[in-house]
Design a protein around this ligand. Structure first.
Ligand code: NI
Ligand code: MN
Length: 227
């Protein structure tokens, strides 16, 4: 599994020869300028954790250009379906076998409405596994006891992608506990620094994880890691 960070909550997961793009918010993000280009990113699937603008800004343009299939809540898939994008609707607790492996749509504690006010149903996260590994893309969420269900119902995690910017999601202190809940050592941090409310001290955040015997990876925008 290869993971590329495109800023804010957006990552690209490449696995089993497929490209899965999560929560594209690239063109409006000042931090991505010169490091990522929404007009050049390729995707086979676009995963949408919830309907907020900072997670869906580039869905329509990338979806139209690439023909990528949307995977999200039933309501969000219907919303983009009306705009001509193909999709695979899911709801919380359900899993499905795709051509890249199994994907389980899991609980997130947050809110979800699309930019034009359309109801986005409940927000979610994604656990994806295949012979290359198992990764949890948490989306925007608070620390929640539901995370304890993941190691009970999914294979051992290779890595987890957690929001760590605080204010709108869990902060890095809670993310350390979340890593414990999901029994994962290797965490990739997202959803920090983009706005004033979520600026964090990178060294302090990494220390919180290393003090707990875990690793926090903060990828520069545009950089990739092999998991
Ligand atoms: Ni949000
Ligand atoms: Mn967000």
């Amino acid at each position: 599994m290869k993971l590329t960070y495109y800023g804010h909550g957006c990552v690209l997961l490449e696995t089993m020869g497929k490209k899965l793009l999560l929560d594209p918010f690239i063109s409006p993000n000042p931090l991505t300028a010169g490091k990522a280009d929404a007009e050049k990113i390729e995707a086979d699937y676009i995963l949408i954790s919830h309907g907020h603008e900072d997670h869906v800004a580039d869905v329509e343009s990338i979806g139209q250009r690439t023909g990528a299939k949307i995977i999200s809540s039933y309501e969000i898939v219907m919303y983009y379906g009306a705009k001509g994008l193909e999709g695979h609707p899911m709801n919380l607790g359900g899993k499905f076998s795709f051509d890249f492996g199994t994907l389980k749509y899991v609980n997130a504690v947050h809110s979800s409405v699309l930019p034009d006010g359309t109801y986005g149903a409940n927000p979610g996260g994604f656990v994806i596994w295949n012979e290359e590994g198992c990764i949890y893309l948490a989306g925007d969420t608070a620390l929640t006891m539901d995370m304890k269900l993941i190691p009970m119902t999914c294979p051992k995690l290779t890595a987890a992608v957690f929001p760590i910017g605080d204010n709108f999601t869990m902060g890095y202190e809670d993310a350390v506990l979340a890593a414990d809940f999901v029994e994962c050592q290797q965490i990739i941090g997202t959803h920090y620094d983009t706005f004033g409310y979520i600026k964090i001290d990178h060294e302090q955040a990494k220390k919180s994880f290393s003090d707990a015997g875990k690793e926090l990876i903060l990828l520069p925008i545009g950089d990739s890691i092999n998991l």
